[in-house]
Design a binder for this molecule. Structure first.
Ligand SMILES: [Zn+2]
Ligand SMILES: [Zn+2]
Length: 278
């Protein structure tokens, strides 16, 4: 899809010497126009109105005027902060990252690691971690993803409501690393390099490419057992425990034993003894 977009844009640029306008609902097209339009050309992009949202118009030069560094590295920024063909950080806005990116050379250097040919995969991982920490506004003392997750969990668990696991940063060196690989693949592909998706976090299942989200379990078994809910009138379809395929435990905020609608199966000591004797 992305490759087709590029072909279309390049064809338009070659066909028309005057300024042209592209009409599309897909903002990724604007990203490509911004990245690929020659500096002397100005290509307009129109996103049609939808419901109450009015039609909006941008130009391939809009971003460069306000955020020149973001414009320079736009293919990396789009891939890293989330698009259809990589993945995105849940509840982590693009704006925070882009504002930091404009003024911080360490983030710009991280972008060039993804833009250059990969010589050492560890460098991509380090660069990706730097960018992820910024996306989550990590305090300066936090230097790695494990510490970031731990800090975020402590902060979230201090609130009265249940901790929303998806809103925590990605699982350290695993889910994040898979995202970094897809980012590298996408940036390189858009630069015209031909590299195999299967080597960069995509699985080929009967001819269909499927992203590899993780290579490990999301948490140790003992932790998965303590996922809890706060259902007040019994556990229905929205119960976090049920959704995770787990039974409720004493960790659930309203749990009161057997009368609960999603209880942990009770095993009596005698039963264990009986089973052992058989
Ligand atoms: Zn529940
Ligand atoms: Zn529960």
């Amino acid at each position: 899809m992305m490759i087709e977009c590029i072909r279309l844009v390049m064809k338009c640029l070659a066909m028309f010497t005057r300024n042209i306008a592209v009409l599309s609902e897909d903002v990724d097209v604007l990203v490509l126009l911004t990245a690929l339009s020659p500096p002397e050309r100005e290509i307009h992009f129109r996103k049609p109105s939808k419901g109450k949202i009015l039609q909006r118009e941008y130009s391939s030069k809009s971003l460069g005027k306000i955020l020149p560094k973001c414009k320079e590295h736009i293919l990396f920024l789009d891939a890293f902060t989330g698009c259809d063909t990589t993945s995105a950080f849940f509840q982590s806005g693009k704006n925070v990252f882009e504002k930091n990116f404009e003024k911080r050379t360490d983030l710009q250097n991280a972008a060039t690691v993804f833009e250059n040919e990969c010589e050492d995969i560890d460098e991509n991982f380090k660069a990706g971690v730097t960018c992820t920490l910024t996306s989550y506004n990590a305090p300066q003392k936090v230097k790695d993803l494990n510490a970031l997750i731990y800090n975020s969990f402590l902060k979230a668990s201090g609130k009265k409501t249940c901790v929303k696991l998806p809103s925590l940063p990605p699982i350290a060196a695993d889910a994040a690393f898979e995202h970094f690989k897809r980012v590298y693949l996408q940036v390189q592909t858009l630069f015209g390099k031909e590299i195999l998706p299967e080597e960069w976090s995509w699985k080929n299942e009967r001819g269909i490419l499927i992203p590899q989200t993780m290579t490990q379990r999301p948490a140790p078994e003992s932790l998965l057992k303590i996922i809890f809910c706060a259902c007040k009138t019994g556990c229905g379809a929205s119960c976090g425990c049920k959704k995770s395929g787990l039974n409720c435990t004493a960790a659930c905020l309203e749990y009161n034993g057997d009368s609960y609608t999603n209880p942990l199966p009770t095993i009596y000591i005698n039963e264990i003894d009986d089973n052992n004797e058989q």
